[in-house]
Design a protein around this ligand. Structure first.
Ligand code: BGC
Length: 478
């Protein structure tokens, strides 16, 4: 249907408010160049301190080989829910029993002691419900916040992200805090043997079955990536002698969510990103994460819709007090729902608008809402794709599997395809890649890391003069 002049000028006006989300191929290539440089800054000793992307070595230097076995406790802390899992490994067979506990907001913003006491209480209940009080259980802890690792079971929190701000934890070893809380609050016999980031857990879980997998990506409440790096490229990895030892690789937790905190990504940001940042709990931090992840995507869409309504371009008869105009009320799951409408009936979009108590909306309003969701999601997917393409090019392997987990990736109907399209455009010719859903990577991965560390510890008990094992021994003991 040809647009009338009135419509044309309306669409042109809408376009002026959203064009910032449409980035050119050149812009994405520029993102890649910058990311590559910033990653190098994080890896080098001289620049690490000032670098935004911390590129933390994780001390995980060995991927599972399928021979892992035993019973493990795993914890998964990284969002509003906290999970305790009992994982039984028997070769490639994995049995998981788990329970999810809520972390109330007052605890997310309370003291570290309250947080770790709450976690310990949940573990205590879980262990007793499963009649495991008499067992000594090794525990793998998935703690999905930026940490400087000093050993496989020693990690100091460098900063909180994703709505957490518990006092007295930054700079502290979170394993010690948990172990002390367990002693204080429970009589369980639990030994923390490994602490991992969720991206690392995701990679470990996928590498268990696919040996081409060397990258782990999280697209959930937050956003992060990890990968296997050669020790020669890791300036921050301890002393020079260790570099002669094998395996000569370590998983790097990039913490790329902080990319852009120094302003280098400002050319990709819009007025809505800046407003979201100003009203966030951590202004100026996690710039890349705020443009991609599930904690923020719905709010970006909401800010655009609010602006278009104020300009008289959307929802002519919307009530000023309707929930659409409250911060945080347009959840990211709504973006996925709106994006799943493929015809002009806008069934899901209408349900979302009704939930938000928007009255008298028109089909044209639905079309505009869908358009905004499409633009915001596409920029997020393309930025994540540019990040992955940077890593794929950097690792330069012919066939690469990328393990992906997180609610955004799982539930958004187009994220996977959008990412694949963009990665294809940006990777060097001849490099093949596959994005693979790694279900429950955080839980399985923590248990597998714990299992690998115990397997290596058992090996170490045997007389050996292998340098590699001596080094791993050092890692495990520290
Ligand atoms: C954290 C990362 C984590 C990611 C995904 C980010 O906010 O800094 O450590 O991996 O969220 O959960």
């Amino acid at each position: 249907m040809p647009a009338t002049n009135d419509q044309l000028s309306k669409y042109e006006r809408i376009e002026a408010f959203v064009k910032g989300f449409k980035l050119s191929s050149t812009a994405y290539k520029q993102v890649m160049t910058l990311l590559h440089q910033e990653m190098n800054n994080g890896l080098k000793t001289q620049s690490h301190k000032m670098a935004d992307i911390k590129m933390f070595p994780t001390f995980v230097r060995s991927l599972p080989d399928g021979s892992e076995k035993g019973e493990f406790l795993a914890l998964d802390l990284g969002g509003t829910n906290f999970r305790v899992l009992l994982v039984t490994l028997q070769g490639h067979d994995i049995d998981i029993q788990s329970k999810t506990y809520l972390i109330p907001q007052r605890i997310m913003l309370g003291t570290g002691e309250q947080l770790f006491d709450h976690i310990a209480d949940c573990i205590g209940k879980f262990v007793s419900e499963h009649n495991l009080l008499s067992h000594t259980l090794p525990l793998g802890f998935t703690f999905s916040f930026p940490c400087q690792q000093e050993g496989l079971a020693k990690a100091r929190l460098s900063q909180w992200t994703k709505g957490f701000r518990c006092e007295g934890v930054v700079g502290e070893d979170i394993c010690r805090l948990l172990q002390e809380a367990l002693l204080r609050r429970t009589n369980c016999k639990v030994e923390i043997v490994a602490v991992v980031n969720d991206a690392v857990g995701t990679l470990m879980a996928a590498a268990h079955v696919d040996h081409n997998c060397e990258i782990g990506l999280i697209l959930g409440t937050g956003c992060n990536v990890c990968y296997m790096e050669y020790l020669d490229n890791v300036g921050t990895w301890g002393n020079e002698d260790e570099k002669d030892l094998h395996p000569r690789q370590v998983i790097i937790n990039t913490e790329w969510g902080a990319f852009g905190d120094n302003g280098c990504l400002d050319f990709t940001r819009t007025e809505y990103d800046r407003e979201l940042d100003t009203f966030s709990i951590n202004p100026g931090k996690q710039v890349m994460e705020k443009m991609i992840s599930g904690m923020y995507m719905g709010e970006i869409v909401r800010l655009v819709l609010e602006r278009l309504t104020r300009e008289g371009l959307l929802f002519q008869s919307a009530d000023k007090d309707c929930p659409l105009f409250e911060r945080g009320r347009f959840y990211t799951k709504y973006v996925s729902e709106v994006e799943s409408d493929t015809d002009e009936f806008f069934r899901h979009t209408k349900l979302v608008l009704e939930e938000l108590q928007v009255v008298n909306y028109t089909t044209e309003d639905c079309k505009i809402v869908k358009y905004v969701c499409t633009l915001v999601s596409a920029r997020a997917a393309f930025l994540a794709a540019a990040g992955l393409a940077t890593l794929i090019n950097r690792l330069n392997k012919k066939d690469m599997t990328i393990a992906v987990d997180g609610s955004l990736y799982r539930f958004h109907p187009r994220f996977h395809n959008l990412m694949c399209l963009k990665i294809k455009e940006l990777v060097k010719p001849g490099l093949k890649f596959k994005l693979c859903l790694s279900h429950d990577g955080s839980g399985k991965g923590a248990a597998l890391t714990a299992a690998v560390s115990l397997r290596l510890r058992d090996l170490l008990a045997l007389p050996t003069d292998s340098n590699a094992l001596n080094l791993l021994s050092k890692d495990i003991q520290s």
